[in-house]
Design a protein around this ligand. Structure first.
Ligand code: SAM
Length: 237
């Protein structure tokens, strides 16, 4: 996969790719990243990238020309780029979208600043707008990295499939709680079943915890899930 990130602040984006999972995946050639400074495409000597909104009101808007020039430069050698604008006004980004995006070959992220992009950029380049949650960040870099992080860990070879299989959302449920050594911490013991070595009992306990947690914290997930007979039985008890 090729990832391109267009931003006014490359220095915010760059460090993410130099550590841990993304750095190892880049080393293994699983994906590559190109970070492009939109300001390099500004048209005036002051390298201006924002302007006042038509119609008045607070804040500034990213000027369309530098964004458009940067986008065209970045995409000129790409075949099927998916262009993403993280935006609080976008559709909610979720795990199934992360799965879909992990199958793409070329992703381009456009990080917003100020009040955001000129709408004509979004319409002209058929850009997908995703929101990472119902709150407003001051800029798009962190949101773009949230999406990148959720996507790249789903690409084959980045992390073990075993870890992905039982994660929150992969089965439509939140994940069960985890425990590690010591067996007693601050006077609180690990649940007995996890020390039993009985795999079937552990599986059932984990499923029950997943369902209880989902019911408590995210009942909306249960409404959208096709439940197995076992899951229905746990819910009814
Ligand atoms: N005026 C915009 C609105 O009310 O919808 C908010 C602009 S915000 C201050 C600046 C930039 O941060 C946005 O262009 C977007 O790229 C990013 N951003 C802020 N909140 C976000 C969210 N919840 N999801 C994705 N991106 C977000």
């Amino acid at each position: 996969m090729k990832i391109n990130i267009l931003t006014l602040f490359p220095e915010i984006v760059r460090p993410y790719f130099t550590n841990s999972i993304p750095a190892k995946a880049i080393e293994k050639d699983i994906f590559s990243v190109d970070i492009v400074n939109i300001r390099d495409f500004a048209l005036d000597k002051h390298r201006t990238c924002d302007d006042e909104p038509y119609g008045g009101g607070a804040g500034m808007v990213l000027k369309p020309e530098p964004v458009s020039l940067a986008l065209e430069k970045v995409t000129e050698n790409l075949k099927t780029p998916v262009i993403i604008y993280p935006s609080p006004a976008g559709i909610p980004f979720d795990q199934s979208t992360a799965y879909e995006l992990s199958k793409e070959k070329e992703l381009v992220f456009l990080c917003g600043r100020y009040e955001g992009l000129d709408q004509r950029i979004i319409d002209y380049y058929d850009i997908k707008e995703y929101s990472i949650g119902d709150y407003v960040l001051s800029a798009g870099e962190l949101a773009a990295l949230v999406i990148v992080d959720a996507v790249i860990r789903l690409i084959d070879g980045v992390i073990t499939n075993e870890s992905l299989r039982e994660e929150s959302f992969s089965s439509g449920l939140l994940e069960y709680p985890h425990y590690t050594r010591p067996a007693v911490f601050k006077g609180v013991p690990v649940p007995d079943v996890l020390l039993s070595g009985h795999h079937e009992n552990i599986r059932q306990w984990r499923l029950r915890k997943s369902i209880e947690r989902t019911l408590d914290r995210r009942p909306d997930l249960l409404h959208n899930k096709a439940l197995s007979e076992e899951e229905k039985a746990i819910l009814e008890n």
